[in-house]
Design a protein around this ligand. Sequence first.
Ligand SMILES: [Zn+2]
Length: 265
Amino acid sequence: MTWCIAALAVLIIYLFWRFPALRKTWYLPKRSGLVALMYQMYHHVGVLDNPQDQQFPFTIRPDMLERQILFLKANGYMPISAAELETAFRVGKSAVSKPVMLTFDDGYADNYTHLFPLLKKYQVPALIFLITDRIGTPEYLTWDQIKEMKDSGLVSFGSHTLSHRRLRSLPDEEIVRELTESKRVLEEKLGAPVTAFCYPFGAGGFDKRVRPQVFKAGYLFDFSTKKGINPWPWKGKSTLRRAFPRGGESLFDYHLQLTRGQSKL
Ligand SMILES: [Zn+2]
């Protein structure tokens, strides 16, 4: 009997290794709710063609992002803004049945050159998390670009701290400074409240020392890198999970991201 189970386990491991499609999440039950899409890790929306490139999995090509936006529209998904998230949160209900959020971490300059034209073309809102110390430095957005995007009404901005350090490894006073000072700078420059926060490296979202400080600093929403789909309307009890569309993924993978919160295990 034991050898039978062992043989079965070996066979399953072999099949998963031999046929990568089995590792996809199509067999998990479908879930509905708020899908916060995170355009992943290095978060560039640029053209990167070589699958061997280290950045390839983390980089969505603009033409793929365009196909994904068309996929959302064709399948009844409704991209919502940070303001719509806040309204649903405050009111406790929403008329939107298939909400998604397009979120981009770090505030790279290609969010202006590659992403913003697509958002305008399809009138789709997005949420960009900025590292305030890096604004205006090479490869990152400038204040002028940020203001232009904000004035379009399509892009809102959240904080991704001052300096993108792992909050869990910082002393309390540094955590507080990273949270409050970045919020203050953004609100002063943008002239609007900043309610969304995103943990650098996803670290701290489930930490008893870090997470309460986020809310003490005045944020309403904290976004993690934990995979999954969120309850809708959002009640704000836990850290928001995100789904990570990756470079090189198909629209079928995208469908899995939207319905299972991840495309593969
Ligand atoms: Zn980041």
